[in-house]
Ligand binder design. Sequence first.
Ligand code: SF4
Ligand code: SF4
Length: 179
Amino acid sequence: MKEYFLDFWDAVSSTATGMAITLRHLFMKNETQQYLSDEKPETRWNSVIVPEGLLQDRSRMRLYVKMEDCIGCLQCEKVCPVDCITISTEKRQKTELPIFAANGQGIKQRVVQFDIDMSLCCYCNLCVYPCPTDCIVMTPEYEFAERDKTNFLYRFAKDKATPPEPPEEKKEAEPVAAG
Ligand code: SF4
Ligand code: SF4
């Protein structure tokens, strides 16, 4: 019986708390950002009306990868909760000229595929945090609707994969000379 009343009290108090918050927000300033003009709903906030500083610092929108700085560490791919990043790399040869990301980190892997399927992305931003060269970023682009879903597959890698080496032919076993 005691448990019944405790549950009852729990339900009543949590409902009252929720309603109190709702009530408080009824009288607060509206924070919803609207397009400014009814006549020109195509007017964009960030680029036309207010050049900078309107979009919140932590806004999450379209992803971009600056491939020149990508070292192919795969950290963004591993951390993505919906597996919408696909990266393929190949080792750069010792004979190739050394190259570096903007922060000085050596690039030892050639990134031959870097795809992000933005139709699957949930904008969690988790891929951005671990990047050691800060080359994967959220841009301020927030209008990129598409009719064709395949257009959401963004392919960032420009390097072509070198054709794989043909598999080594198995050598026939040398006949063992009879002693
Ligand atoms: S923002 Fe989240 S869901 Fe989107 S690509 Fe990055 S880790 Fe994946
Ligand atoms: S975490 Fe950064 S450097 Fe590593 S593969 Fe992703 S984008 Fe490239």
